[in-house]
Design a protein. Sequence first.
Lengths: 517, 131
Amino acid sequence: MTIKPELIETLRKKREHIQHNITPEKLEALHAKGLLSARERIQVLFDEGTFQELGMHARHNAVHFGMAGRDLPADGVITGSGYLGSQQIAAYCQDFSVLAGTLGKMQARKITRIMRYAIKTGVPIVAFKDSGGARIQEGVDALSGYGDVFYANVLLSGVVPQIAVVCGPCAGGAAYSPALMDFVIMTRNNSHMFLTGPEVIKAVTGRTTTMAEIGSAEMHASVSGNVHFIAEDDQHAIGLVKHILSYLPSNNTEDPPHNLSAPIDENPDHGLDDLIPADPSEPLEMQSIIRRLVDNGELLEVHASFARNVIVGFARFSGVIVGIVANQPMVMAGALDLDAADKVARFVRTCNVFNIPLVTLVDVPGFLPGVDEERGGIIRHGAKMLHAYASCTTPKITIILRKSYGGSYLAMCSQELGADMVFAWPTAEIAVMGAEAAVKMLYRKDLDKAEDRLARAAELAQEYRNEFASPYEAASNFYITDVIEPCETRSTISLALRKTLGKRELRPSKKHGNMPM
Amino acid sequence: MQRLFKITVNGTEYDVAVDELTDVTSQIMPKYTAGAPVSPISHAPATAPAASSPAPARAAGAGDQCAQMGGVVASILVKEGQVVNEGDKIVELEAMKMKVPVIASCSGKVSRILVAVGDGVESGQVLVTIA
């Protein structure tokens, strides 16, 4: 007794039909634009032969507007899981070649199914967004589908890493799904993302605009901050996904993939001294400092084009994976503003949920003074930084390179905000405010009496600077762990990280803190 | 608000009712004034634009090199007519007791320098244009 051959034949035909739903000519046209087909994206993402598809034969149930019996392979989305080395990853990819990848109830069910699989098995999920939006023919079912996806995004948030790759249109409500995920990658030329398009904006507000102005990758990466990474094409985007995942654990109960067998680098690095300007008002180039400190000079910068006055990203110190937060004095003097505060707060929370230690490199003149800043809510935004740092329970190591003044001293993870170790360079200036401003307040009477007010002010400022604008005032009050030579920085951080990796900190139980938004 | 006027034209009297659109004008007027004269300020003395305009009136064009934050012009490192490369430091501002470099965003010839050393500038203000 053997199986009837026609049964096998039918299955093979069905599979063939679903898997090869795109003609070679169309495929070539996609490739010419730097695009891959949905199946190719999945194929490139996973190690060969490890992908298992969920719901290949799923079909929509829509009947209105000519949808009855309409053949939509896999209902416009490929879902499943596979391996990247030893790490399992779940993924779904919307298929633009199937009714423009539009989302109806069945597509949403498939997507939420794979998301729930990811949370059950504790594996990251990668979502390729390439869809014309809601499948209008399905009416409120399509809307409901989006709601289901958002809800699942929120369930997964803080449990497993969620990475969105926007590699086509992502318009209307659909745009909220990437926004709810941990990292958003957008391809430079083939994608756009917005809530309301140029036509609607024109009709409602009368303003003429372009797709690029409101929804390009470039704009989202540098202005709105909705996007963390820009990819040149689909292949590059998938490369970025793998790169990001190499720094993340599979879920919130695991540690990131540290290489603890790497030896702790104990060598002093005197080359660092050359990167520190002698004049304290001359800005230091933080990118080159970071690349000098971390393993192989490798920093995966997150939000690289957004709020460039701060730098955040992933790197390793003698094998230990860290999130780096650093001021960039070359941009806006490194002052903290609205966007910088949001960028740091978001990154610190991302590191906290995935158990990634934080290394904070401080050279900050203060929060940016200004009418727009105050009216824009710098208090509310700056408070996000304080909240994020203080709630973060992973190892926190802070290095004060040069300036660290007032509120920004606290906001850059001072000891008070829970830093486990704070090291300062001899060039550090840690004070409640700058020397000139402090002198004006502290020596008002003295200055009023002085014959040459300016000369006296300068003299007092220098005295103040000598006395207080150094690391030793803070060190003698035990607000810092130690003052170190710049050449010792890499070895000091490496050692401190190894020692604090086992850190456990218990907090009062609560639903969640009420972070200012 | 409606106001009534009596107007005499060539000896004939007319009663005229006029609707005053207070809200709309206050919204629209600044937009028009700001948007209208965008033609370049022909070789004005370098100090003029910085001191007068409270906010950058025109949108930055491709070759416009803008201040990334408010501050005082500490030094200008290029001359009109000079050829610069993308990435060159062209102006140095001072803000928050720090030197803030303004880096050329494109290569080309410096067509105009709109500020002078000592000028206070606002965030987004055009300092130098490169053509």
